[in-house]
Write a protein that binds this ligand. Structure first.
Ligand SMILES: *Cc1c(COP(=O)(O)O)cnc(C)c1O
Length: 481
């Protein structure tokens, strides 16, 4: 009965099985899915917290680390751990770099810094927020890769870590890893490559003959890499690896407590209790799929990527941004008549799930092998959506398109942050409500919804007028609490 109720709830969610959800779920096929569930459930109750009691898990973790290190061309010195996901891998790499930095600079009193492209994943900002560090964000070039000269200028004596992506999530391009690596090595600063997205994809693309720049341990100066098994490794969720060139880096990730009444407590990662299921399923996925399987999944994915890129370029008014190095297709408008967020509204209404992006406004497709079946239907709906938006220019100031359009443009990022915090307080408050984005603004709604309600189309103008002064804005908007 309860299980039935749960299945009914689940049926309302994004439909990833038919490839209609363009992020969040990485699904190979039904047979692999059932196999993963069984592998996961076999270790459902086991706890990796104590590797003496559950040696099976320690052994599987070590093998996942070794297989991943080999895939990323690490030598026998490369070491690492599994984590619950890309974010935890990144948190660990940043924390390890911070500890190493502090140990080397024992008279350091400032704030350790992290230098990274503006396109770096949010997890780095989160890490800096958690660990009391500062991020220096570096501008991107025209091709969305980080500007290496600007990155060099952002480095100073407080820099504890440089980071870049292979590829970055938003536009799917690989940062100039070799150039950054050479610089990092010369300056003796650790360099982390975030291959959370591409770690289990780019190596197979390369084997299929695609011409890609080097991004892994073959690049001198790269000291750590994160790669998510729960993305293109097609494992169960809760599995990623963080690898280091050798133990002199990894050792700074560990935490050891010696005086707790509960006993000596060594901990390699953030988690205390470490669920066995994701470790076991990651091991099983890598063993079962193997090199042959990954090559085939990658081939199918690239077939879908190429079909999508060709299809998008054929639609008048659209263009593909970046999307050169892997399984991302990033789509933007090149015509003032086509509001890309309004196009997303149309597609979402047809049962697709797309992610909106900003700076520049675009939408994102994380393509997997399973999406190949959905490509023709998607392109057909996309073309229709574009035609509809062209015929109905008013759509860009309605619904979610209007709200996201405005959020993307608002000059006061503090006001945006305030609004989003308010939405979160609603979601995680006692009522636990799912936010009604783009609906009518209510009494206790946030600044952005109120602005839109009050000024509609002109809300942006109102904001722009007061761009120079926050104080003036506050005066102008007496209802802003
Ligand atoms: C997904 C992703 C992350 C974060 O991984 P989670 O598993 O979502 O925590 C970090 N970097 C990149 C490039 C990613 O694609």
């Amino acid at each position: 009965m309860l299980l039935e109720q749960m299945r009914e709830l689940r049926d309302q969610d994004g439909n990833w099985r038919q490839g209609r959800t363009w992020s969040l779920v990485y699904y190979a096929d039904e047979a692999h899915y059932e196999f993963l569930k069984e592998a996961h459930n076999t270790f459902f109750s086991e706890n990796g917290l104590n590797p003496m009691v559950f040696q099976s898990l320690k052994r599987m973790e070590s093998e996942v680390v070794r297989m991943s290190a080999a895939m990323l061309h690490g030598d026998a010195q490369v070491v690492g751990t599994m984590t619950s996901g890309g974010t935890e891998s990144i948190l660990m790499a940043v924390k390890a770099a911070r500890e190493r930095f502090k140990k080397k600079r024992f008279i350091f009193n400032g704030q350790p810094e992290l230098v990274a492209p503006k396109s770096i994943h949010v997890a780095f900002g989160k890490a800096a927020h958690y660990f009391g560090m500062k991020v220096r964000y570096v501008e991107l070039g025209e091709d969305f890769r980080v500007n290496v000269e600007a990155l060099k200028r952002a480095v100073n004596r407080n820099t504890a870590l440089i980071a870049a992506s292979a590829p970055q999530y938003a536009h799917g391009v690989i940062d100039p890893i070799e150039a950054i690596g050479a610089f990092a090595k010369k300056e003796d600063i650790p360099f982390h490559v975030d291959a959370c997205f591409g770690g289990f994809f780019l190596p197979w693309m390369e084997k299929l003959g695609y011409d890609l720049p080097l991004f892994d341990f073959r690049v001198p100066g790269v000291t750590s890499i994160s790669a998510d098994v729960h993305k293109y490794g097609y494992a169960a969720k809760g599995a990623s690896v963080v690898l280091y060139r050798d133990m002199s880096y990894l050792k700074h990730q560990f935490y050891v407590s010696t005086d707790w009444p509960g006993g000596i407590y060594p901990s390699p990662t953030v988690a205390g209790t470490r669920p066995g299921g994701p470790i076991a399923a990651a091991w099983a996925a890598m063993k079962a799929i193997g090199e042959e399987g990954y090559l085939e999944l990658t081939r199918k994915t690239m077939e879908a990527v190429e079909a999508l890129q060709t299809g998008v370029r054929r639609i008048e008014g659209l263009k593909v941004l970046g999307s050169t190095d892997g399984p991302v297709v990033c789509v933007a408008s090149k015509s003032p008549e086509i509001d890309i967020y309004a196009v997303v509204d149309q597609l979402n209404a047809k049962g697709w799930n797309l992610d909106r992006q900003q700076n520049p406004n675009s939408f994102h497709l994380s393509v997997t092998a399973n999406h190949l079946q959905a490509v023709p239907a998607f392109l057909e709906d996309l073309e229709e959506a574009v035609a509809h938006v062209r015929a109905h220019p008013e759509l860009k100031s309605e619904g979610q398109a209007a709200m996201y359009g405005m959020i993307a443009k608002i000059p006061f990022r503090g006001a945006v942050k305030f609004s989003v915090h308010k939405i979160m307080e609603g979601m995680y408050g006692p009522e636990g409500k799912v936010p009604d984005l783009g609906g009518e603004a209510g009494e206790d709604d946030d600044l952005i919804l109120q602005l839109m309600d009050k000024y509609g189309d002109r809300a942006m103008e109102v904001l722009e007028k007061f761009e120079s002064s926050k104080e003036k804005l506050k005066e102008a908007l007496p209802w802003m609490r």
